[in-house]
Write a protein that binds this ligand. Structure first.
Ligand SMILES: Nc1nc2c(ncn2[C@@H]2O[C@H](COP(=O)(O)OP(=O)(O)OP(=O)(O)O)[C@@H](O)[C@H]2O)c(=O)[nH]1
Ligand SMILES: [Mg+2]
Length: 641
């Protein structure tokens, strides 16, 4: 508990570097934290950063996690994996070189990823005179005008002389104070940026914890692989912690998996909630510096630490102009995990440069269809609508209705949020909750359609089958087709029964108040059937024998027989044998009389003699009497009860 309390008391903030190659990012991180973030042999040999590096600093109650990125243009994809999840941007501009191509590209990326604040460091101040430094400052100010860094502190520093470092730390602390703490009660999500094996521990993955918390003993899901794994232990900032919280660099030790099966781009999540995807609908923005993008263009797609290739299709337009934005359907080459609201970056297919980015609007999109003219409006609601509007829109487009799990997979809302919004919508009559456990929502319009379809089917059935009292519930359901889910059918049926439009008779559904009306020839035939069995006593004819003698066709005759059975004037004793109610009543009387004079036991031969029937009738009748608890079998005999 101490660890948790401590992590809540101090704030965890991620600082990400950005800037052109050789501008002093890594040295600056070292000067601030004491840790040089370059770890690879090759990085040390070449003096450049290739992959992400990490360092930590605790300053004025803030726990800073530094993510240091490479400036080389060939390693922008590594930079992108680090840029996702940063709270404070540390834009590094060398005073002797000023703004260069990757200064711009990195800055564009951070803006497109939605980074909201940062600090500008004018590095290598020891190498330039006052005028040059002033020039670099002016250039940077002009470049950043109107952007999210327009009002950011700009501090001249030197990693060599340590000039300006205290000011920079202060500026970072100030920027951190405006970072709103991320709500730890949301679903856990850790995009993996490294995976390795640690002696004595096994598989370890690291990443910036962007949502929720994680601790030893937790079960987590690995996506897109789809495996469930157990967390053995968690570290943050190089120390073991009980639970890591959002905004912390986090290392997770995982049980039950080889480190070779884990890699950058995969994500650890709360299990059972989210789905990998191959197609999303998104808001896509093209940089003013980019070339226009045509329908079907292929781009490199980066979200979180994942990257894949995407093919873009614009809804309602054929191309995207530089500096403009539009809704686009992106089809991926690989499965990835993204959620609604996630930011992403797109880079030109070749040559590879950053051309834009955007936000995921529907992480589980359908393929685009030209006749789907409502999609743009739908996406606009998902992008900007209130939670109620969003859920109503999702339900509206769900031809099958929307289940709880799908709502969570599409929105990442917590259970209480889903239920709260669903309740408000159903109270307002905007959606129908056809089931609450599990929650299933359908559009009111769809629900009304199902109700009238049910009524139609029942009426049609009764019209076509006037001798049947109703349609079997299950037959009614299947007659509606696969597009009506069981919960919707059940709720619609229940509502119509409450409204006294329909009625049930055991497993049968009928129109309320409907009775079977017989045609004159049917009434006559029905009497004839009853009379035939009544006259036969216990030596009944076969059903077939009775029915062929009638003036109406067998199908109708069989229905009449069903009615007689339902009315209990006839009783089916065995699959082949039907008796009249009166004959069976007389038989019971006979047995009770026998019991009084001859005692409670009766053998099969004695029963045959008593009734005057053969074995063909005697055995099924005795079994029937046993079932009716008139007799009980005792060895070869029966006990009359
Ligand atoms: N004189 C002086 N040299 C510096 C300063 N900061 C960095 N350098 C030098 O500049 C070179 C590049 O520094 P790095 O920190 O590796 O630059 P970087 O931005 O991390 O480079 P990449 O990661 O490859 O993009 C190194 O030789 C540093 O020693 C500084 O403040 N003063
Ligand atoms: Mg570096």
């Amino acid at each position: 508990m101490a660890t948790t309390a401590e992590s809540v008391a101090s704030k965890s903030v991620i600082v990400g570097t950005a800037g052109h190659i050789d501008h002093g990012k890594s040295r600056l991180v070292e000067a601030l934290t004491g840790t040089h973030p370059d770890r690879l042999e090759e990085e040390k040999r070449r003096g450049i950063t290739i992959d992400l590096g990490f360092a930590f600093l605790e300053e004025h109650g803030v726990r800073f996690g530094f993510v240091d990125v490479p400036g080389h243009e060939r390693f922008v994809s590594n930079m992108l994996a680090g840029a996702a999840g940063i709270d404070v941007l540390l834009l590094v501009i060398a005073a002797d070189e000023s703004i260069k191509p990757q200064t711009r590209e990195h800055f564009d990326i951070c803006r497109l990823l939605g980074v909201e604040r940062g600090v500008v460091a004018l590095t290598k101040s020891d190498l330039v005179d006052k005028d040059t430094l002033e020039l670099a400052r002016l250039e940077a100010e002009e470049y950043l005008r109107g952007s999210f860094l327009a009002d950011a502190r700009m501090i001249a520093v030197s990693a060599k002389t340590r000039a300006g470092l205290d000011d920079l730390k202060k500026a970072l602390t100030d920027a951190a104070s405006s970072v709103t703490a991320r709500d730890p009660s949301r679903y856990f999500r850790l995009p993996i940026d490294r995976a390795f094996a640690m002696k004595g521990f096994g598989s370890v993955v690291t990443g910036t914890l962007i949502s929720g918390t994680v601790g030893a003993g937790d079960e987590v899901e690995l996506l897109p692989a789809g495996e469930r794994l157990r967390v053995r232990g968690v570290q943050s900032g190089g120390k073991a912690v009980e639970r890591a919280v959002p905004g912390q660099r986090t290392a997770v030790n995982l049980a039950g998996i080889e480190h070779t099966a884990l890699q950058r781009g995969m994500v650890l999540l709360t299990p059972g909630k989210f789905r990998k995807t191959r197609r999303i609908d998104a808001r896509l923005e093209l940089l003013a510096s980019a070339r226009k993008m045509k329908q079907g263009a292929r781009v490199h797609f980066h979200a979180g630490t994942a990257e894949t290739i995407a093919e873009a299709f614009f809804h309602g337009q054929k191309e995207l102009q530089p500096g403009a934005s539009a809704f686009a359907n992106l089809k991926f080459q690989d499965d990835i995990l993204v959620l609604q609201g996630d930011r992403f970056i797109v880079r030109q297919f070749s040559p590879v440069v950053t051309i834009g980015g955007g936000m995921v609007v529907d992480p589980l999109a359908r393929r685009p269809m030209l006749r789907d003219t409502g999609r743009v409006g739908y996406l606009a609601t998902l992008e900007r609508g209130s939670r109620e509007d969003i859920l109503a829109a999702l339900v509206e487009r769900a031809v099958l209705g929307l289940g709880y799990e799908e709502i969570v997979a599409r929105t990442a809302w917590r259970d209480d949020e889903v239920r709260h919004v669903a309740m408000k919508l159903s109270a307002a009559g905007r959606v129908k909750a056809v089931s609450t456990e599990p929650l299933v929502l359908v559009a009111e319009k769809l629900f009304a359609e199902v109700r009238s379809k049910i009524l139609e089917k029942v009426e049609k059935f009764q019209k076509e089958n006037p001798l049947l009292p109703g349609i079997l519930r299950e037959d009614l359901r299947t007659s509606l087709g696969k597009r009506v889910r069981a919960e919707t059918f059940r709720a619609a049926l229940e509502e119509m029964i409450t409204q006294k439009k329909l009625d049930t008779l055991g497993e049968l559904v009928k129109k309320a108040g409907s009775e079977i009306t017989l045609q004159p020839e049917e009434a006559k035939a029905k009497d004839q059937i009853e009379a035939a069995f009544s006259a036969a006593g216990l030596e009944v004819p076969s059903v077939k024998e009775v029915l062929v003698k009638l003036a109406i066709e067998t199908r109708r005759a069989e229905r009449l027989l069903q009615i007689l059975l339902r009315e209990k004037n006839l009783v089916r004793v065995s699959p082949e044998l039907i008796f009249h109610r009166r004959a069976l009543a007389e038989l019971k009387e006979k047995l009770w009389t026998y019991k009084k004079s001859k005692g409670e036991r009766i053998s099969v031969p004695a029963f045959k003699e008593l009734t005057g029937i053969t074995r063909k009738y005697a055995i099924p009748l005795l079994e029937y009497l046993d079932r009716e608890r008139v007799t009980r079998r005792a060895g070869d005999e029966r006990v009359i009860l």
